[in-house]
Design a protein around this ligand. Structure first.
Ligand code: ADP
Ligand code: ZN
Ligand code: ZN
Length: 648
């Protein structure tokens, strides 16, 4: 009888051997028992005989085969093994994450045809043509298409995709978030009829499986999706495109904590396929790889649709009262008077982000997390943005009993109120995750804004991406500091990217765009250089800083978060782990252990240690050994994150 090696979606490194009456090829799921529980696992191999030392008589048989055909072929099975060993998870955990979409609820993509954005470009610009020629010279290699927002990167992506398909290669196109790529989905379906598969977590499991099979069979040769689409089971990989390469959403926040860029590099190299990334604000890692020649840099210039880069000015908020500076209000009145539109950006939702006592200064924090609660006026609740805890605002101070409670700071909800007061006759709409929670709101708002039905759009992160409205003349960044003040070595890079991206929403079609960037720190390099369009200078500066401080790309980081409900045991666990990792020699340096910047989330205390590594393989092996030697005790969890993008 055949033997099956099975791995489960569980944090156990080992695989298990079962017997079965029929041969089940690797990449299929089987139902079986593990200990006393019934569980589905992945067949990862069909060994000739059970591993040494296993008593054959004691082997259990599988209960049922789940898939008739494997969900993963050899290429993806070996990719799963690579991810498992790199990110320190089990093959079963890797495989489970490669099938996109869990139970998480997501927005649906409404299907509608969008007139102006799907129109074909008549003639490539000179720089587009040069980029395309370079790409066409080879059928493999890693490329980076750098160009300001609106410089026509999408068209180069699509032409390269066309060429790849014509040469018999399949294409994977990654975007940060499918819900914001609605126009692209429509454009692709028109341009590549019948060939496009869109994978996203909003699909029902059966639809998702159907799309998966369409790709496996070779019917769909162009796959569009977010992060996990990098695992799409195309038959003959020819090209992976990563749009907006700098986006944090390409890094998985859950186990396995992989980065789609890293997986794409690996997959393209193994399959001799091309990798094409692009952004107006490359990650610092990508930028330095371009400089060192590890990535072939292609550059687009100008805005072929008739726009130009906007004029940017900085407002010092220290000299203003509140978030509506005189310069901003004046510019808004003028632009609105011309019948044009205004886009305002604020990276903070809710009404206010501090609710504190005027007498004693007590701040209201989440009961379960070490973060202040945000007051949401429309629902009259105080909400925790980390765990979702909510409560009614206290009428009096829980500390001293004073009745003078004060909401301070500005969130989108409060700013929306202020704008409506300032411009009562204008149509103002707020777009943040609170507003977009209702189905269809995101798409309809974006469409409405593009069609000119909204005068002022106020939003968070969401409006920084993919917004393409011809009528926008003025972009206001209400407070550029929110991301700058985070205790993370990437704070500066993120702030820079955000300002450049938001600013890029103006002047896309008409060359008269204006941008106002408000800040309490007008001299911070990220803010100044982003505003003054000193792009090269910023990257040089930032890369120098990283070199000085020994941060990536000059080292690689390994982060271990230890969390649990018992603060003392969390402390003891991480102490044990870190003493075994203290002596890194020339291979790594131990930072910490320390409390995480967010020391408590959902009643779990969190402490972390960071290994700053010069020699990746040695550090990886040593950490693996330490984790094996000191496995998490009951009630304690480890989160291992290699090359973390967030240190909060
Ligand atoms: P990016 O992805 O670089 O931000 P887009 O690809 O969105 O820029 O292009 C911006 C606009 O320029 C789009 O409306 C697109 O249709 C238009 N465009 C792109 N290439 C050309 C071209 N060669 N001629 C005219 N318009 C173009
Ligand atoms: Zn008080
Ligand atoms: Zn909370």
């Amino acid at each position: 009888m055949p033997y099956l090696e099975v791995s489960f979606n569980l944090p156990v490194q080992n695989t298990y051997t079962y017997i079965s009456d029929e041969a089940v090829p690797p990449g299929c799921r089987v139902k079986t028992v593990l200990g006393r529980r019934k569980i589905t696992g992945w067949v990862v191999s069909q060994p000739e005989k059970p591993p040494e030392g296993l008593d054959e008589g004691k082997l259990k048989s599988i209960e049922k085969r789940v898939d008739d055909e494997p969900l993963f072929g050899d290429e993806l099975l070996s990719l799963a093994r690579w991810i498992a060993s790199l990110t320190m998870c089990s093959p079963g955990e890797a495989l489970s994450s490669m099938l996109p979409g869990g139970i998480r609820e997501r927005r649906d993509i409404t299907e509608s045809v969008d007139g102006d954005e799907v129109k074909r470009v008549e003639q490539l610009t000179a720089s587009q043509q040069v980029a395309l020629d370079s790409l066409n010279r080879s059928s493999d290699g890693w490329f980076y298409l750098y160009g300001i927002t609106g410089s026509g990167k999408t068209e180069v992506f699509l032409k390269t995709a066309e060429n790849t398909l014509a040469a018999g290669g399949d294409v994977i196109y990654l975007v940060p978030e499918i819900a914001l790529s609605h126009h692209l989905v429509e454009g692709l379906k028109q341009r590549f009829p019948g060939q496009v598969a869109v994978i996203h977590s909003g699909l029902t499991p059966s639809r998702r499986l159907a799309e998966w099979r369409r790709i496996q069979s070779g019917e769909a040769r162009f796959v569009l999706g977010a992060r996990s689409a990098v695992f799409a089971p195309v038959k003959k990989l020819g090209l992976i495109i990563i749009d907006e390469e700098h986006e944090g959403s390409y890094k998985s926040g859950d186990k396995p904590r992989y980065h789609a860029r890293q997986v794409a590099m690996h997959r393209c190299r193994k399959s001799s396929a091309r990798l094409l990334m692009g952004s107006a604000t490359p990650s610092v890692e990508a930028w330095s790889m371009m400089s060192s020649g590890g990535l072939e840099r292609l550059e687009l210039t100008g805005r072929p649709a008739g726009g130009a880069e906007p004029a940017v000015s900085i407002v010092d908020l220290k000299k203003e009262k509140g978030l509506f500076s005189r310069a901003l209000v004046q510019a808004m009145s003028r632009v609105l008077g011309e019948g044009r539109q205004v886009l305002l950006f604020l990276n903070r939702r809710g009404f206010s982000y501090q609710y504190s006592c005027r007498s004693c200064g007590e701040e209201i924090h989440c009961r379960h997390c070490s973060v202040p609660l945000t007051y949401h006026k429309s629902s009259r609740t105080m909400v925790c943005h980390y765990c979702g805890y909510h409560t009614v605002p206290p009428a009096s101070c829980p500390e001293c009993g004073s009745l003078e409670m004060l909401a301070a700071g500005f969130g989108t909800e409060r700013v929306e109120e202020d704008i409506s007061r300032l411009f009562p006759e204008k149509r103002v709409v707020r777009l943040d995750t609170d507003a977009a929670r209702k189905k269809g709101v995101l798409e309809s708002t974006l469409r409405d804004f593009r069609d000119g039905g909204i005068d002022i759009l106020l939003g968070t992160q969401m409006v920084a991406k993919g917004l393409n409205a011809p009528g926008v003349k003025l972009v206001g960044v209400l407070s550029a500091d929110t991301s700058l003040n985070l205790p993370d070595f990437r704070a500066s890079e993120r702030t820079f990217a955000l300002i450049v991206q938001v600013a890029g929403r103006s002047g896309r079609f008409i060359p008269d765009g204006e941008v106002i960037v408000q800040t309490f720190r007008p001299d911070a390099p990220a803010i100044r250089m982003a505003s003054e369009n000193r792009i090269n200078e910023f990257y040089n500066y930032e890369i120098d800083q990283r070199r000085l401080l020994g941060f990536p790309p000059f080292s690689r980081l390994f982060r271990v978060v230890v969390r649990g409900k018992d603060e003392n045991r969390v402390r003891q666990s991480i102490e044990r782990l870190s003493s075994s990792l203290a002596a890194g020699g020339d291979n790594w340096e131990l930072l910490g252990p320390a409390e995480c910047p967010i020391g408590r989330i959902s009643t779990h205390y969190r402490r972390h240690l960071i290994l700053r590594s010069k020699r990746f393989d040695h550090t990886h092996a040593a950490l693996g050994k330490a984790l094996h030697q000191y496995p998490p005790e009951h009630g304690i969890r480890y989160e291992v994150d290699i090359d973390p993008v967030s240190l909060l």
